[in-house]
Design a protein around this ligand. Structure first.
Ligand code: ARG
Length: 459
């Protein structure tokens, strides 16, 4: 059958070319946006006297029927059509006759596809933000539960200073709060209407782009028609915000995987979020966390793919840009799935606080506090640092820890030491004294939880 765009050519294409050219298998997910956009377009055409009010009514009613029929399953999307835009227009014309052919006045598929994608994505941004919020709430609750659970804090994956598990969890809450903010920010720029840019140059019809934009809930208009149909920066911003979000989920997943190992044994995931092995009966694998870490790669890939597609394209529309959608949709689906798994997985995760504490007791993570103790007694920090290091070496040689090294040994290094040193280097004291803003003390973690919950309330 000849294509709707048959004109200069006879519109008869080879089957292989059709299949290659077609995007309906993936852009059909935007049917609702396409139909809603067309309804606003028909209303605008009538308001401007470009078509009659009766024609617009017929178009709007016809479009509403198509939407209802797709949703009820009565109308199935014809996968042999080139794309969703052609499909809707074709069905409309079949059902309404000539009036259906008026819908495409003063627009092009170029502004239409840009419109659909912006409308689709701004809703998805909202739904992803909601899921991020759910995860942040879970983190705040967990942090509250474990605000005094002492664990080793690490740098270089070496035990560094004692922190609380609550403090560690709140670090991720802060990151995710910025992710939610990045998404909101990208939606602000995305929510600008391209409809009415037409093929590339605008139109000779007396259209009212602002009317159409307002009807469709846009804040602003794309003020240059070439820009409106050519750029996909709104997709790229979305994908980069999602890439950063996935990087955070991946890092957290990596820690959960490490912490679930026998080597750490800091957490125990619920059986509901782990798998066994087909051969090793003792196994409890953190497959969900591993998959989140793994899927981060495909989201980065989606971003790199579209950046690469766009980098050499002359203005305005080029068919290359049809390649934007699969990556964007994949990112949407992947990020949503990962957030859906992550929230309950973290919610049901139990901390093995006795193991965390035991790990914190080894590794001399109170050596800085020992130096600080000496500083308080008048020794310059650099000197205190050195003595503390020598005491650690002594402990290693004697097979003990700073807490069990006898006072007379301390005194043989420096007379400044007294019985009160043991209290000063106790892990609880090390944590409790870190009351600096953003620090690991219980009160500081409570303050952080309060801040994050208040920020969520403002969302
Ligand atoms: N299916 C196309 C896409 O996704 C719609 C725009 C087609 N425009 C055109 N001039 N061929 O990009």
């Amino acid at each position: 059958m000849a294509k709707m765009w048959a004109g200069r050519t006879d519109g008869v294409t080879d089957k292989i070319a059709d299949d290659f050219n077609s995007s309906i298998s993936f852009d059909s997910r935007m049917y609702k946006q396409d139909i809603t956009g067309s309804m606003a377009h028909a209303a605008m055409l009538a308001k401007q006297g470009i078509i009659s009010a009766a024609e617009a009514d017929a178009l709007v009613a016809g479009l509403a029927d198509i939407l209802a029929d797709i949703e009820s399953g009565e109308l199935s999307i014809d996968m042999s059509c080139e794309d969703i835009h052609m499909f809707v227009e074709q069905v409309l014309t079949e059902r309404l006759g000539d009036v259906g052919k008026k819908l495409h006045t003063a627009r092009s598929r170029n502004d239409q596809v840009a419109l659909d994608l912006r409308m689709y994505l701004r809703d998805e941004v909202d739904s992803i933000r909601e899921k991020v919020t759910t995860l942040i709430e879970v983190l705040c609750d967990k942090a509250e539960e474990y605000k005094s659970a002492i664990m080793p804090g690490y740098t270089h994956l070496q035990r560094a200073q004692p922190i609380t598990f609550g403090h560690h969890l709140m670090a991720y809450a802060m990151m995710l709060l910025r992710d939610a903010d990045r998404l909101a920010d990208c939606k602000r720029r995305m929510n600008s209407s391209p409809i009415g840019c037409c093929a590339l140059a605008g139109t000779t019809y007396n259209t009212d782009r602002a009317f159409e934009a307002e009807r469709l809930g846009f804040d602003t208009l794309c003020e240059n028609s070439l820009d409106g149909v050519s750029d996909r920066d709104f997709c790229l911003e979305f994908m980069s915000a999602c890439s950063v979000l996935m990087m955070h989920l991946s890092r957290f997943s990596e820690e959960i995987i490490l912490w679930s190992s026998w080597e750490f044994a800091f957490v125990e995931l619920s059986d509901a979020y782990t798998t066994g092995s087909s051969i090793m009966p003792q196994k409890k694998n953190s497959d969900m966390a591993e998959l989140i870490r793994g899927k981060t790669g495909r989201v980065y890939g989606d971003l790199m793919g579209l950046l690469t597609t766009m980098k050499g394209l002359p203005l305005a529309y080029n068919k290359d840009m049809q390649e934007d959608k699969e990556g964007v949709f994949d990112t949407v689906d992947t990020v949503k799935m990962c957030l859906d798994v992550m929230a309950p997985m973290v919610d049901t995760m139990k901390a093995r606080t006795e193991n965390m504490k035991k790990a914190a007791q080894g590794g001399f993570i109170n050596a800085t506090d020992l130096a600080d103790y000496m500083v308080k007694k008048g020794i310059p920090f650099r000197t205190a640092y050195k003595i503390s290091g020598q005491l650690v070496a002594k402990c290693i040689a004697d097979g003990c820890v700073l807490e069990t090294l006898p006072l007379d040994v301390y005194r043989s290094f420096d007379p400044v030491f007294d019985e009160d040193l043991y209290e000063a280097i106790s892990l609880e004291a090390c944590v409790e004294r870190r009351i600096s803003r953003g620090g690991t003390s219980v009160s500081s973690v409570e303050y952080q939880i309060g801040l994050v919950r208040a920020a969520l309330g403002k969302n």
